[in-house]
Ligand binder design. Structure first.
Ligand SMILES: Cc1cc2nc3c(=O)[nH]c(=O)nc-3n(C[C@H](O)[C@H](O)[C@H](O)COP(=O)(O)OP(=O)(O)OC[C@H]3O[C@@H](n4cnc5c(N)ncnc54)[C@H](O)[C@@H]3O)c2cc1C
Length: 301
């Protein structure tokens, strides 16, 4: 197969954080067949969608990374939608609205791919990717086989799916949306966008969305705010002044600036509330001992 591969590829411009980080080998399959071929032949590749929830190390990543951005077919059949993993959810949301289909309005506001959103069970404004999902076709990286999983099989929970537990790659997902009025759908989308503009940084301020997950029955942003995290900074990374659970790459930040800042935030909440926040952002790197040590602290149970 003639699959695009680049060596020592700087992924900076693919990520929402806009932090430099070289990938030893980066693959860009154009179809699900090419993606399956890579998953079958490479040893333990990382699969990335729209890179809106990852921090790639400025020290680089030695290994294989598959970017799904070119697997972007989407098919509508009455109320059913089948989307390949690399489809951008904002695009899926727009296309669904043009077909007078409701269920994807929350997707208009953030930059995920369908595969990344299913893997993370992305949600916002009281809607989630799992609400209208019927099934997902996944690749089991242990058995090297393709399977179709129902919504039940996918074991969705807050920012969780079975794909994280079992090392499944999402190839595509099928949804059943609801017929509605174009104007009602547009109104909901506008409400979602207005909410975001008031509460979240735009991508003009490079960021990765929420840095930490909400602890059960609590809000990471509130805990960080009460702990005095707003305005903290480290190197080129700073905590957004309007919401303490966002880190902005404000001045050519490097990945270790972000990780050190995360550690400061984590320690503040730990000291003030005895709560260990868990990162929502995913770190990708294996060339810096210091970064790996910090990540180990942040990830510990
Ligand atoms: C400005 C901004 C706002 C955001 N707002 C929200 C929000 O409101 N709600 C929310 O839930 N999230 C939000 N996020 C976070 C992010 O968009 C979600 O976590 C999203 O689901 C990540 O999708 P992605 O395609 O960018 O994944 P990536 O960042 O590329 O990857 C994230 C993880 O998913 C895995 N992954 C990616 N594709 C696949 C695949 N095909 N199969 C298996 N695993 C895969 C990766 O290996 C990685 O572990 C926001 C981010 C930004 C930058």
């Amino acid at each position: 197969m003639d699959i695009e591969v680049r060596t020592n590829y700087n992924a900076k411009n693919l990520t929402s954080f806009k932090i430099s980080g070289q990938i030893e080998r980066a693959y860009f399959p154009k179809s699900i067949e090419e993606l399956i071929y890579l998953l079958k032949t490479l040893e333990a590749p990382i699969v990335l969608g729209n890179c809106s929830n990852v921090l790639i190390s400025s020290y680089g990543y030695s290994g294989d990374v598959i970017f799904t951005q070119n697997c972007k077919k989407v098919l509508f059949n009455n109320t059913k939608v089948n989307a390949e993993c690399g489809v951008k959810i904002q695009m899926a949301s727009k296309l669904a609205s043009e077909q007078n289909l409701s269920g994807f309005e929350f997707m208009i506001g953030f930059p995920a791919s369908v595969g990344g959103a299913v893997y993370m069970n992305a949600s916002a404004n009281e809607q989630s990717i799992s609400d209208r999902l019927i099934s997902a076709t996944v690749f089991d990286n242990e058995n090297k086989s393709v399977m179709v999983l129902t919504k039940n099989d996918l074991q969705f929970d807050y920012r969780k799916s079975v794909c994280q537990l079992r090392n499944y790659t999402v190839l595509s997902a099928e949804f059943d949306l609801i017929k509605s009025d174009f104007s009602k759908i547009q109104e909901k989308m506008k409400k979602n966008l207005d909410f975001r503009r008031r509460h979240q940084p735009s991508l003009a301020l490079p960021n990765c969305g929420s840095v930490f997950k909400n602890p059960q029955n609590n809000s990471a942003g509130r805990l960080l705010d009460l702990s005095g995290a707003k305005g903290l900074s480290y190197g080129g990374a700073k905590v957004w002044e309007n919401h303490a659970n966002f880190i902005i790459n404000s001045d050519n930040a490097q990945s270790d600036d972000v990780l050190n800042l995360m550690l400061l935030m984590y320690n503040k909440v730990s000291e003030n509330f005895d709560i260990k926040l868990k990162p929502e952002v995913i770190y990708i790197g294996n060339n810096s001992k210091e970064e790996e040590e910090i990540w180990k602290i942040l990830k510990q149970k």
